[in-house]
Design a protein. Structure first.
Length: 294
């Protein structure tokens, strides 16, 4: 495979991060505009937010026909991996979405607790995760990421940074800092997940009050650049913050990606022109003068 054959918007991997209620699930679901998508849903009983968004906000209810979903909890966490194995053999989706890895990790840990031999354990020890539970959490996530790399579609995972405190050192040298891991339990997964995505976008929302008409407005945005603890990146080259209020995230994203592709194409054409100006002759047709030895 040649890097020159890469297509920017082909099979991208996106990690959408931000607090609950900031539009990540809705943004991911807008990929349904260009084909069928599948959502592995860990956050609530069912993705009811999709119905309201597509019916009442953007008024595109037909797109719901392109969305399939399965709900996963601590009772069937293993079934998520089985589904991915099936998709590895036959994937007909335009995009698959894992919503969210934060609740997925807690589901994996709680699922693994069900295999404990609790006969000799005290009550409090029956529900306290140990090293084996964290290993299962890590294994589930890393296997899922590995399978996703091989799937011929867009891969989108969401996550919710969880406010916590990180304590380092001891005694007089103890250091307490604020942390926002994207998982609920082990620390390994929080470090592994981001490195598997080429695009990491941080979602935010802003509430403003219009005193003239007496109405509140909420604007939704995503950023491709890190701001303090809110890490983000774009290997595609997207820069800055984008407003997606009452818009399809996918349309905004694709427009920018296509624009970047055109800019790169034009830059390559211009570079070739400059090359021809510097050396207007075809190197293949230049006859070299023999260098005779004396």
């Amino acid at each position: 495979m040649k890097a020159s054959d890469l297509i920017l918007e082909s099979q991208s991997s996106l990690l959408l991060k931000g607090p609950f209620g900031h539009g990540k699930t809705l943004a991911a679901a807008t990929f349904a505009k260009d084909g069928p998508i599948w959502i592995s849903y860990w956050d609530k009983k069912k993705p009811v937010e999709l119905f309201h968004f597509f019916h009442n906000i953007i008024k595109r209810p037909k797109l719901l026909d392109n969305i399939e979903y399965d709900v996963y909890t601590s009772h069937n966490a293993n079934e998520y991996l089985n589904k991915l194995f099936a998709l590895a053999r036959d994937c007909r989706y335009f995009a698959i979405i894992n919503d969210s890895v934060t609740n997925m990790t807690s589901g994996a840990v709680n699922w693994s607790l069900g295999f404990r031999d609790t006969k000799k354990l005290k009550d409090k020890d029956k529900i306290m995760p140990e090293f084996d539970e964290y290993k299962i959490e890590t294994s589930l996530v890393t296997q899922a990421l590995d399978i996703c790399k091989a799937l011929p579609c867009h891969i989108i995972w969401t996550c919710h940074p969880v406010p916590s405190i990180k304590i380092e050192g001891s005694g007089s040298s103890i250091k307490v800092t604020k942390a926002n891991p994207i998982v609920t339990y082990g620390s390994k997964v929080a470090g592994i997940v981001p490195g598997n995505f080429s695009e990491i976008y941080h979602f935010s929302k802003e509430s403003t009050w219009d005193s003239v008409i007496g109405k509140q407005f909420i604007r939704y945005r995503f950023s491709t650049e890190a701001l303090g603890d809110d890490f983000a990146k774009s290997n595609l080259g997207l820069k800055g913050e984008y407003d997606i209020t009452d818009k399809l995230f996918y349309e905004v994203w694709k427009e920018q990606v296509v624009k970047l592709r055109e800019e790169l194409k034009n830059a390559a054409v211009e570079a070739e022109k400059q090359k021809q100006i510097i050396n207007p002759f075809d190197n293949q047709s230049i006859q070299k003068t023999p260098q005779w030895k004396v």
